[in-house]
Design a protein around this ligand. Structure first.
Ligand code: CU
Length: 173
């Protein structure tokens, strides 16, 4: 009799305590990827609470480890990128080792890359933000993540770009 009551109570307690999934995806990477490919360190994401249209900056350093597995293609071409759940931020500016990096860069085993990425908050919500490096032939490897809250703004999102002829266009439209 005690068992009959105990089980439903336990089930209710578990349901009451269960919350939404809260994990960051990089925990799902295989250990050999996390330990042998790329080390991310000094990762900072700030600020972690903004309004739509405000900048969020990701800085940090990554090293492509000498232990890079021989079972993967050697790293040559890569793309350092914010990893966010969909187009909820828009990348505005990116430098790698102090140089502007508009697209892919050349990389090598043992190389160290200091990155800075500025992105604009585009959609309201609570988003997880990681630095990542997409390596040709391997895929995207993730660094540590941070939660960023984006509040709605009274002005709609804009992404203004000045063209060579001096004209300004809003890429959002
Ligand atoms: Cu995450």
């Amino acid at each position: 009799m005690r068992m009959r009551i105990g089980l439903p109570i336990a089930a209710l307690l578990i349901m009451a305590c269960a919350r939404g999934a809260f994990a960051h995806g990089e925990a799902a990477d295989e250990p050999f990827l996390k330990d042998l490919t790329v080390a991310f360190y000094d990762v900072h994401v700030s600020p972690t609470s903004v309004k739509v249209g405000d900048p969020v900056t990701i800085t940090g350093t990554l090293k492509i480890l000498e232990t890079w597995p021989y079972t993967l293609d050697p790293p040559t071409t890569a793309y350092i990128t914010p990893v966010v759940p969909g187009p909820v931020f828009a990348l505005r500016d990116r430098t790698v080792n102090g140089e502007p990096a508009f697209g892919s860069i050349f990389v090598e085993k043992g190389g160290t890359y200091q990155y800075k990425m500025v992105m604009l908050a585009r959609n309201p919500g609570r988003w997880h933000v990681h630095p990542g490096i997409a390596i040709q032939g391997t895929g995207t490897l993730l660094g540590p993540g941070e939660w960023v809250s984006v509040e709605p703004s009274t002005t709609p999102f804009r992404y203004d770009v000045t063209l060579l002829n001096g004209e300004t266009v809003d890429l959002e439209h």
